[in-house]
Write a protein that binds this ligand. Structure first.
Ligand SMILES: NC(=O)c1ccc[n+]([C@@H]2O[C@H](COP(=O)([O-])OP(=O)(O)OC[C@H]3O[C@@H](n4cnc5c(N)ncnc54)[C@H](OP(=O)(O)O)[C@@H]3O)[C@@H](O)[C@H]2O)c1
Length: 379
């Protein structure tokens, strides 16, 4: 309990367990589990204890070195067991942490506050970190459960910004999205529902499609259609029936390839097609007629860019608004499908922690798996 109090001379820095890499490459080849002491608390630093951190698709691209937001490589993590003092980066970009110790000159943060990271590339796949107030954003955790908080800063915020910043959507308007069962897609459904916006949700067909449809409906999805059904010649009429002839103003795409092209066909005059991911790793083509006759705008969104150009205060306000909109309930574990991976136990070997992590990473990369992998820290 000592560490729960503001700075105490008897406070002992905890040992941190982390998933680190020293060079870019295939995650299986370059990731390792690493145990190190946290640097001592100073009057201007904080010690935080991570509670839960998800594995997101962009984290993998970042380790591969193909993601524009780079991780922080630093020698501050200490010396490797083989005696080499290398620059290491901690993987992961999202997660929730609790402040466990506060330097005596810091007045606006307290032990017990819940925070998320204020920048990407901080490294969240770890049990503990030493940091500064500038790197964290405190939020109101009264109404939110652990898993919801751990997955709050990237996907729900991306959904919120895309529904708000590109076109003005009024109650009763229609939007369409592919990859609708992604975590972002599920947040889009929930926020749109709160605003009274109708969603047409495209998912890949699968044997248990009815279960998926039931789940998305329970979140507030208005209509759900598979990518196979979308290609059917009758679909145009069906969607017209759904919208009552109203135009679809916004399309959100995290898949690319054929479905991104197909989805564009359903946008109305002056519609906006926003790409924020490329899960199929396929490019998509844009027929000239969409540009010439319908004046459809093809744009992109990147949350990291928004974070860079907006203040910590603006981000804090957005988080609190998203929490209200998503109607999180502290007692319900999460609104997205997820699998908890208990991780970071102080008595577990680095080898065992690495293997546990890699097995979660495998599942997170498998298509049709449908469950976000979330490290729940056991420290
Ligand atoms: N631009 C930004 O700021 C931003 C922010 C957040 C996320 N993203 C991006 O958004 C995307 C979704 O992220 P997330 O965390 O929400 O993902 P997630 O929860 O892990 O879900 C992955 C989604 O991708 C689909 N998928 C996987 N492999 C696919 C393939 N080969 N072809 C077609 N669909 C495939 C899955 O559908 P199945 O169930 O059919 O496999 C599922 O809908 C990622 O590309 C991520 O990088 C971008």
């Amino acid at each position: 309990m000592l560490s729960r109090y503001r700075f105490l001379s008897s406070y002992v820095s905890p040992k941190a367990r982390a998933i680190v890499f020293e060079k870019y490459g295939n995650p299986k080849d370059v990731l390792r589990a690493y145990t190190h002491e946290l640097p001592p608390l100073t009057p201007t630093t904080l010690h935080i204890r991570f509670l839960a951190s998800p594995i997101n698709p962009a984290d993998i691209n970042q380790i591969e070195g193909v993601y524009p937001a780079k991780p922080t490589f630093t020698k501050e993590l200490g010396i490797l067991p083989d005696g080499e003092h290398k620059e290491l980066a901690v993987g992961g970009n999202e997660g929730v942490a609790e402040i466990i110790a506060v330097g005596e000159q810091i007045k606006d943060l307290n032990v017990g506050d819940w925070v998320i990271m204020g920048r990407s590339g901080f490294g969240t796949w770890r049990t503990h970190a030493a940091t500064t107030p500038n790197d964290v954003i405190r939020f109101n955790n009264k109404e939110i459960g652990l898993i919801q908080a751990a997955t709050l800063s990237v996907n729900p915020c991306t959904a919120y910004r895309m529904l708000k910043d590109f076109v003005t959507l009024k109650k009763g308007d229609f939007m369409i999205q592919c990859g609708a069962n992604s975590s972002v897609g599920q947040s889009v459904i929930q926020i749109a529902k709160a605003w009274g916006i109708n969603t047409i949700n495209i998912v890949r067909d699968r044997p248990d499609i009815e279960n998926l449809k039931t789940h998305l409906k329970s979140l507030g999805a208005t209509h759900i259609i598979t990518d196979r059904e979308l290609r059917n010649y009758k679909t145009k009429g069906l969607i017209k029936e759904w919208t009552g002839g109203n135009i679809i103003k916004l399309g959100l795409n995290c898949v690319g390839g054929e479905v991104a092209t197909e989805m564009a066909k359903f946008l109305g005059q002056n519609g906006t097609h926003v790409t924020y991911g490329a899960m199929s790793r396929q490019p998509f083509f844009v027929p000239a007629s969409h540009l010439i006759f319908k004046d459809i705008k093809f744009l992109g969104f990147w949350m990291s860019r928004w974070n860079k150009t907006h203040s910590r205060e603006e981000k804090g306000e957005m988080l609190n608004e998203v929490i209200k909109l998503m109607k999180f309930k502290k007692e319900s574990p999460a609104d997205i499908a997820f699998e908890e991976v208990l991780w970071g136990n102080q008595s577990e070997s680095d080898e065992s922690l690495k293997n546990k992590f890699l097995s979660a990473l495998d599942k997170s990369g498998a298509g049709f798996h449908g469950k976000k992998q979330i490290l729940k820290m056991q420290s």
